[in-house]
Design a protein around this ligand. Structure first.
Ligand code: ADP
Ligand code: MG
Ligand code: MG
Length: 254
């Protein structure tokens, strides 16, 4: 069974006035097949955690470790992380002129598997996933991220997740900017990916709304670069009612 382990992670971001410490010792263990929700107020360092796992050069690791089945993730290039089975949704946020969705996905699949998927089964897979995600077939021939709506970007992200079949996925604010219909479609995709491949998921979100459709096994509350509290799904329900005030007012928490 695969496991992604984060131990005492400390991270600074490069700013004009020098490195600014953001993560102040984060511990998190995600086993294959588990969904972990990381929730917390804006500015608490959630995206910093996602970018650090993704290997973004702006984030400097000052201490601690990230390992995937014992292998040092922090020593891996971004490509190596993907080949090791990590899916980092923010990896390709940019427009890629002249590269169609279809070609992009096939290239990514080839890079990760080390061989090109057979063309017939590939086209069939692509169509199936597009139908599941209620996307128009012409979407495959559009250029990556060019003029994509918020919902199309997220669907494209989930299509990558379903086609690339990673071991672990980090989804940062996948729910932001989605209407309820798009949110349902995207959530169903995440749930399918989990059911079919036993994917482990780090689901980062400010709002509890997406957790009505994607049910986390564990919930971690992030405050000021640390996990302030953790628990099961009931913690998300409490956050929905109470918000983050109790953490921000300096109330001591267990
Ligand atoms: P979250 O995703 O929880 O909203 P972030 O990880 O985006 O939090 O941000 C964590 C902290 O890092 C915040 O205090 C934010 O002000 C700071 N930060 C993020 N990006 C920059 C930046 N480019 N320059 C300076 N500080 C930044
Ligand atoms: Mg933010
Ligand atoms: Mg963020």
């Amino acid at each position: 069974m695969s496991v992604l382990e984060i131990r005492d992670l400390q991270v600074s971001i490069a700013t004009d006035s020098g490195p600014k410490p953001i993560l102040k010792g984060v511990d998190l263990t995600i086993n294959e097949g588990e969904i972990h929700a990381v929730m917390g107020p804006n500015g608490s360092g959630k995206s910093t955690l996602a970018y650090t796992i993704a290997g973004h050069p702006r984030y400097q690791v000052d201490g601690g470790t990230i390992t995937l089945d014992g292998e040092d993730v922090l020593a891996m290039s971004v490509d190596e992380r993907a080949r090791a089975g990590m899916f980092l949704a923010m990896q390709y946020p940019v427009e890629i002129p002249g590269v169609t969705v279809s070609n992009f996905l096939r290239t990514a699949k080839t890079a990760i598997d080390g061989e090109a998927p057979p063309i017939r089964s590939w086209i069939k897979d692509l169509r199936t996933h597009m139908t599941d995600l209620r996307m128009d077939p012409t979407f495959a021939e559009r250029n990556v991220n060019e003029g994509f709506s918020g919902g199309e970007k997220k669907r494209h992200e989930i299509m990558q997740l379903e086609l690339l079949k990673p071991k672990f996925a980090v989804l940062d604010e996948t729910d932001s900017g989605l209407d309820v219909d798009a949110l349902k479609v995207v959530s169903e995709g995440v749930n399918r990916a989990k059911a079919s491949t036993g994917l482990g998921i780090l689901l980062i979100t400010h709002y509890t709304r997406i957790l009505r459709y994607i049910h986390p096994d564990f919930v971690h509350v992030f405050v000021d670069g640390r996990i302030a509290e953790e628990g099961g799904p009931e913690l998300a329900e409490r956050l929905e009612e109470e918000g983050y005030d109790r953490y921000l007012n300096g109330t001591s928490v267990g």
